[in-house]
Ligand binder design. Structure first.
Ligand SMILES: [Zn+2]
Length: 143
């Protein structure tokens, strides 16, 4: 395990305060096609686009695929350059619904729906500038 991986693991195992992973307000901007916004009880606000969420699907199949391709959650698949560019509509869910009190599930228009997005997963992958700064790779590492 590289030091970078160790640091990442330590970060992942660091438990977040309850208020940081408890949403005060959840907005799924379905009609606007924009994405998901969460106001957390600790006052932090997170927002993700649907495209990001689709590419961050936490189901086993998608996680495996990302590991194989070396992609981070939310990072789009590399485009196959040799193929004719085909129009691909941006990912959008047909619906979203809560799973218990701890997660959100999307029914994507492409038929995929096995990903359970826990509040903790979402908070850990908050893409606001402040959080992105803390989770950014070491200087010199290509992003
Ligand atoms: Zn998936």
């Amino acid at each position: 395990m590289t030091p970078e991986e160790q640091a990442r693991e330590a970060e992942e195992n660091r438990s977040l305060p309850r208020a940081a992973v408890t949403p005060a307000k959840v907005r799924v901007l379905l009609t606007e096609g924009k994405g998901l916004e969460i106001d957390w009880q600790d006052g932090h606000r997170s927002a993700w686009t649907f495209a990001w969420l689709r590419d961050a699907c936490p189901c086993a199949t998608c996680v495996d695929e990302r590991l194989q391709q070396g992609r981070k959650p939310g990072q789009p698949k590399p485009k196959a350059a040799e193929l004719l560019p085909m129009y691909k509509p941006p990912a959008k869910p047909a619906s979203a619904h809560p799973v218990g009190r701890y997660a959100l599930q999307f029914n994507w228009l492409d038929g995929h729906s096995s990903g359970i997005y826990s509040w903790e997963y979402l908070r850990r992958n908050c893409s606001c500038p402040e959080c992105a700064f803390h989770s950014s790779p070491a200087p010199g590492t290509p992003n």
